[in-house]
Design a protein around this ligand. Structure first.
Ligand SMILES: Cc1cc2nc3c(=O)[nH]c(=O)nc-3n(C[C@H](O)[C@H](O)[C@H](O)COP(=O)(O)O)c2cc1C
Length: 351
């Protein structure tokens, strides 16, 4: 019997909680980015400003809890808890794929977080292949039903190709994004899911009318690995071959900057220093998924909140040590880039 979307969501959460689902042979390459230390910062920690804005909403820190789940009662509890964290910290919050909700509208409550997060920037979520099959009105209804501010359309061809029941036909993606960007009355954010966006893809997004993109690069959660852990023998072997597929997050950021996109950096962001480096490489926000989920599973809302606090403290520390008073200044901080990252830059970041 084919597995239901709900069963799949359950097994994704279970594997992400405790199995080795992160890249092992590839990193974000953020370790190849060095700031130049400022031994004489004319700054007090308290005057460092980490506030920013995205999609018309103010954020108290440049952070997003990226889309993870929905569709089951367990997922509903995770969404509500992490949305509370986002509201308390003044950061953005993304929901997981609403594909299951389109099939069963009764599942809408598992994505509803407005009661917990009345002022938060909340992002709805749907896959590109599902979005292609829906009318614009149907897509709009999914986001409207949960009071989201904008819609994330996720791109995950690598995951789909390893997943036994995954999509196999990715044609028409640009046409779908062009239609949604033109016809939806709220912004469309395009995100990868851990394999990264290249410059060529970013250029096609811009041509399609997209203004905000999450590069979600390699080095953090690997969806190829997650699917390989769930798969039968043949798919497991294929998953093993492609376990380290993808564009490292730092390389994806450098590739996608300068095109007028508001960039979000996710994929392997694990510390406040990673957040600071992402901003210095051109990101407006950094996004985190796995570590927030794991912190929540270990210690509830308090632990997830403490993880976010640690990111902010680390970011502020990096800002003082580079003499950057605000995120704009951090975006212009001098950087030293190591050899492996420069190889990606020389290759045009996938151009
Ligand atoms: C448990 C879990 C479920 C996820 N589900 C979705 C999803 O439904 N839609 C989506 O766009 N991304 C999904 N992602 C991908 C994340 O949003 C993010 O792009 C990716 O995990 C890289 O970030 P990380 O290394 O911090 O986990 C999921 C991630 C996790 C850990």
């Amino acid at each position: 019997m084919p597995e239901s979307i709900s069963d799949r969501k359950r097994s994704h959460l279970e594997l992400c909680e405790s199995s080795p689902v992160e890249y092992a042979g590839k990193t974000t390459l953020l370790e190849e980015v060095d700031f130049v230390h400022d031994a004489l910062p004319e700054l007090a920690v308290d005057e460092v400003q980490v506030g920013t804005e995205l999609l018309g909403k103010r954020l108290r820190a440049p952070l997003l809890i990226t889309g993870m789940t929905g569709g089951t009662e367990e997922a509903a509890a995770v969404n509500r808890a992490l949305a509370r964290v986002a509201e308390a910290k003044g950061i953005a919050f993304g929901l997981g794929s609403q594909r299951a909700m389109h099939r069963s509208p009764a599942l809408a409550h598992t994505f509803e977080v407005r009661a917990e997060a009345p002022t938060t920037l909340v992002l709805a979520n749907i896959g590109i292949v599902q979005a292609a099959a829906l009318s614009t009105a149907e897509v709009e209804a999914l986001a409207r039903a949960i009071g989201a501010d904008a819609l994330c359309v996720h791109l995950n061809p690598a995951q789909e190709l390893i997943q036994a029941e995954g999509d196999r036909d990715f044609r028409g993606g640009v046409r779908t994004l062009t239609r949604l960007a033109r016809e939806l009355p709220f912004p469309v954010v395009v995100k990868e899911t851990g394999c990264g966006l290249s410059r060529r893809v970013a250029e096609r997004l811009v041509a399609a009318g997209i203004r905000t993109a999450d590069v979600s690069g390699a080095g953090g959660t690997s969806w190829v690995k997650v699917e390989a852990l769930r798969a039968d023998e043949a798919a497991r072997e294929l998953g093993g071959v492609f376990a380290d597929w993808g564009i490292p997050t730092a390389a994806a950021l450098l590739a996608c900057r300068g095109l007028g996109l508001d960039l979000i950096a996710s994929g392997g962001i694990r510390s406040g220093l990673d957040v600071a480096k992402s901003v210095a490489l051109g990101a407006r926000l950094a996004g985190v998924a796995l570590p927030v989920f794991r912190a929540y599973r270990e210690g509830g809302v308090a632990a997830a909140g403490a993880f976010v606090d640690r990111l902010i403290v680390g970011l502020r520390t990096a800002m003082v040590l580079t003499g950057a008073r605000d995120l704009e200044a951090l975006g212009h901080a001098p950087l030293v880039l190591g050899g492996r990252l420069r190889e990606w830059v020389l290759a045009g970041g996938g151009a």
